[in-house]
Design a protein around this ligand. Structure first.
Ligand code: PDD
Length: 295
């Protein structure tokens, strides 16, 4: 997300310029990373699958035992106003709820109102060069906790993994837990083997991505062979194709893994045919559906 303009944000019931928003240093989001968030892609001012994102926010809040301060209708009203106020049509909308600001730093839940924050930024999609060549990734052990299905703001292990990728001149890190692929530091990961798209099943070790869902829907709709099942580290390393998916990266080929080209034969180290087809379906869906508030 990049913010080059002072967009209107929402903070605890008020709409105000992002540069004017203030929270307490005793906010538990700041002190303990005690909160949950969402990122919703917005195309031509239509938030994509807003209700699904709000449902995932509800699941995250339920998972950390934090009452949702807004109803679906209230969230939708906040989202609509922020989207409308922004000077750009394609956006990356961010929502966050924390357990609020107490008068002291103490772990048990305080009896204070939550902090509710939302802002938007221009959506930055992958560059043409990233699309043409794919990106490089490294693998790392997944050292995160046992509830990676909750979208909490406690992202330090993700951040450290991502920075390790950046330090190695790469874009993403792909996480391995006990010999199985889980996900990327900020994305879900698919592989292709012998023409079959393989996706790790949703469980507590990965975020249930909205893009992950859409990719599997597109595979089903277009009759592309796919299986949802655990993917081993060995299968990842020997894959014909590896892709990362997220609301902002859409479907992006990983063409180098730990310094080795991904794939075999003529397509090794280049975006493969199954991924190129999936991206074409995705782009078509984005332009025909998402951009018109459908899908
Ligand atoms: N992250 N897994 C992780 C750990 C993520 O952080 C994300 C997205 C995803 C993909 O989810 P979706 O398809 O719903 O975007 C998977 C967002 C973009 C972020 O934190 O900025």
């Amino acid at each position: 997300m990049s913010t080059t303009v002072d967009t209107t944000c929402y903070l605890n019931g008020q709409f105000l310029p992002l540069s004017a928003a203030r929270i307490s240093p005793l906010d538990r989001g700041f002190l303990f990373a005690d909160g949950a968030y969402e990122v919703i892609p917005v195309y031509s001012r239509y938030p994509f699958r807003c209700e699904e994102h709000l449902r995932r926010l509800q699941d995250s809040l339920d998972g950390i035992r934090l009452a949702n301060p807004l109803s679906i209708a209230q969230w939708q009203a906040v989202i609509a106003q922020i989207i409308e106020a922004a000077p750009f049509a394609d956006q990356s909308l961010y929502l966050q709820v924390t357990r609020g600001a107490d008068t002291k730093r103490d772990q048990p839940f305080p009896a204070v109102p939550p902090t509710v924050f939302a802002f938007t930024a221009a959506l930055t999609r992958p560059s043409d060069e990233m699309r043409r060549s794919g990106i490089a990734a490294i693998t790392l052990p997944d050292i995160r906790w046992g509830r990676c299905d909750l979208k909490t703001v406690a992202l330090l292990p993700n951040i450290l993994a991502r920075q390790q990728a950046v330090d190695a001149g790469c874009t993403e890190s792909i996480l391995i837990r006990e010999g199985f692929l889980t996900e990327g530091s900020a994305s879900n990961i698919f592989i292709v083997r012998k023409g079959i798209i393989l996706a790790p099943p949703k469980d507590h070790h990965m975020l249930p991505g909205t893009t992950y869902d859409l990719v599997l829907e597109l595979a089903a709709r277009h009759g592309a062979a796919h299986e949802v099942r655990p993917v081993t580290e060995a299968e990842l390393r020997d894959a014909d194709e590896v892709w990362m998916t997220s609301s902002t990266k859409e479907v992006l080929a990983v063409t180098t893994l730990d310094g080795q080209p991904v794939g075999h034969g003529a397509d090794a180290g280049r975006p493969g045919p199954v991924g190129r087809q999936m991206l074409a379906w995705y782009v078509d869906f984005r332009e025909q559906q998402m951009r018109h508030g459908r899908g």
